[in-house]
Write a protein that binds this ligand. Structure first.
Ligand code: YXS
Length: 259
């Protein structure tokens, strides 16, 4: 079943998330279709890509498909997790990707749009970083994505509170590029995409990759990485992690006990 729509016009690729029934939850299948679409755009020489939900979407994406998260005793965000594959595909795509946002954005979908190169959102849009609400130990490269998009203080507030912030606040703190009224959003994004597409694609692609390499360059020792992985394992082996996943599936609030 198609969970996205794609088109390529004047070297501008468009991907529309169309799985509204599940609020565009980033399932393995949806991510597979997104990655394939980006590959097709790369082969076709797209010079800019717009990633959006359907017009009128109340939820842009509800984040990782919770039904596909392990219920414990296994890293929920390992190397080959769909969300990790999606973020790497976005970051390594040669053309700049503009995330065009209307509606609410949750969890791994916030990382997904922050991995995009430019984020343009309506004033009504919100962004919620949710691992703490589910008891999930977010992964190291995901944390780097957040740290590249906002100050450490802002990332801590988003991560520790797990509450949505407004597009206006996100723009004010530099996490997103523009806040644009809904009736101007599409024209604004396609005009920017057209400007990018008219520039030298090799220059743009090389600067995108340079910025990825430099932004992702963090001095973490093997011992430091192993310590972080050990801390994450304590979380995904915990009762609280299992409780967070179970509470979501049972549509109730979680009761965390700190073990
Ligand atoms: O019960 P049915 O079958 O109708 O399905 C419902 C929801 O269960 C489903 N759904 C999801 N399924 C899997 N994964 C999801 N993330 C997800 N979100 C929603 O979609 C159907 C309609 O949802 P419903 O009834 O709740 O819609 P609503 O309009 O009342 O509320 C919309 C939301 C987005 C406020 C609500 O669905 C919601 O709070 N969703 C979860 C948002 C969230 O916490 N996402 C984080 C997922 S975990 C993740 O991304 C990372 C692992 S982490 O947490 O670490 O960042």
């Amino acid at each position: 079943m198609a969970l996205i729509e794609t088109r390529l016009e004047d070297a501008i690729g468009t991907i529309v998330l169309t799985h509204a029934r599940k609020h565009n939850a980033l399932s393995r299948e949806l991510v597979s279709q997104l990655v394939a679409a980006l590959d097709e755009f790369r082969v076709a020489g797209a010079r800019a890509v717009i990633l959006r939900a359907m017009p009128g979407a109340k939820v842009w994406s509800a984040g990782h498909d919770v039904a596909e998260l392990p219920e414990g005793r296994r890293d929920p965000l390992g190397w080959d997790d769909p969300l990790r594959n999606l973020v790497r595909s976005i970051e390594s795509h040669p053309a700049p990707i503009i995330a065009m946002i209307e509606g609410t954005v949750w969890g791994g979908a916030v990382e997904t749009i922050l991995a995009c190169d430019i984020v343009v959102a309506t004033p009504e849009s919100t962004f919620a970083v949710t691992p703490a609400r589910l008891g999930v130990p977010y992964n190291v490269s995901g944390m780097v994505t957040f740290m590249s998009a906002g100050s450490l203080r802002i990332v801590k507030e988003l991560a520790f509170t797990a509450t949505p912030i407004s597009a206006e606040r996100a723009e004010r703190v530099g996490m997103i590029n523009h806040v644009v009224a809904l009736d101007e959003l599409e024209a604004f994004c396609y005009e920017m995409a057209g400007t990018i597409a008219a520039n030298a694609p090799l220059s743009v692609a090389s600067m995108k990759e340079q910025l990825r390499v430099l932004a992702g360059a963090r001095p973490v020792s093997p011992r430091g990485f192993e310590k972080v992985q050990g801390l994450r394992r304590l979380v995904y082996d915990s009762q609280d992690y299992a409780e967070g996943i179970r509470a979501f599936k049972e549509k109730r609030g979680p009761r965390f006990v700190g073990r």
